[in-house]
Design a protein around this ligand. Structure first.
Ligand SMILES: CC(C)(COP(=O)(O)OP(=O)(O)OC[C@H]1O[C@@H](n2cnc3c(N)ncnc32)[C@H](O)[C@@H]1OP(=O)(O)O)[C@@H](O)C(=O)NCCC(=O)NCCS
Length: 182
């Protein structure tokens, strides 16, 4: 299994069993309140029953979760896909919704960021995808996440995408697989 310089091991994660640990990482990395965590918990558990859904975790030597990623083959009937479809269609990019592996969440605990763990997680999960490309959405700003995605070969397919109930607009990004290596 891949190892990062800090001896954090990336490997399969039983996300349904470890959903509370994962959401604790997401809450501190991304900034979620208790109510949002409760909502996300139900969503994550539902997502893990979708066909082809997979999760990887980055685990420390003492067994703590330092980060995680999960995703699934895109399905145009899924909520995320129905929200982004008109934005992609307007740009002529809605074919990216077919034969794509969606990265649904990627989060690394702040104490472990900037050590290659996020890069390792997303590269490992997409390397195991049968699809020829990957799509995701990220808050539409110059963030470390967007910097990482650009460096992996993701390009902007749509900007200023508004998800109901999300306060900030998102960018939808897509990359050919396998992701670009440094
Ligand atoms: C995005 C995130 C998962 C990246 O994880 P990470 O383990 O810190 O990332 P890595 O160390 O593997 O990669 C760092 C890369 O991010 C980018 N990056 C980091 N800090 C950056 C910054 N301030 N500005 C721009 N890009 C930055 C760089 O491309 C960097 O690549 P490098 O190794 O060539 O320097 C992590 O920052 C995080 O959890 N952020 C909060 C939650 C979040 O935004 N999740 C994504 C939701 S879409």
């Amino acid at each position: 299994m891949p190892r990062t310089p800090d001896d954090v091991v990336i490997g399969p994660l039983d996300l349904s069993a470890r959903v509370d640990e994962a959401l604790a990482v997401q809450a501190i990395a991304f900034g979620l309140g208790a109510e949002e965590v409760a909502v996300r918990r139900q969503i994550v558990l539902r997502h893990m029953n979708y066909p082809g859904a997979r999760a990887l975790g980055a685990t420390t030597v003492d067994g703590r979760l330092a980060g995680f990623v999960y995703g699934m083959p895109n399905d145009r009937t899924h909520w995320w896909s129905t929200v982004v479809e008109p934005y992609l269609r307007a740009q002529g990019y809605d074919d990216w919704l077919d034969s794509s592996f969606v990265i649904t969440e990627l989060h690394v605990h702040p104490a472990y960021q900037n050590r290659g763990i996020g890069r390792g997680l997303i590269t490992a999960i997409t390397d195991a995808a049968a699809q020829p490309r990957s799509i995701l959405s990220a808050i539409d700003t110059d963030s470390p996440a967007r910097g990482l995605y650009h460096s992996l070969g993701y390009v902007d397919l749509a900007r200023r995408v508004v998800f109901p109930s999300a306060p900030k607009p998102y960018a939808v990004m897509g990359a050919p697989l396998p992701l670009r290596r440094r």
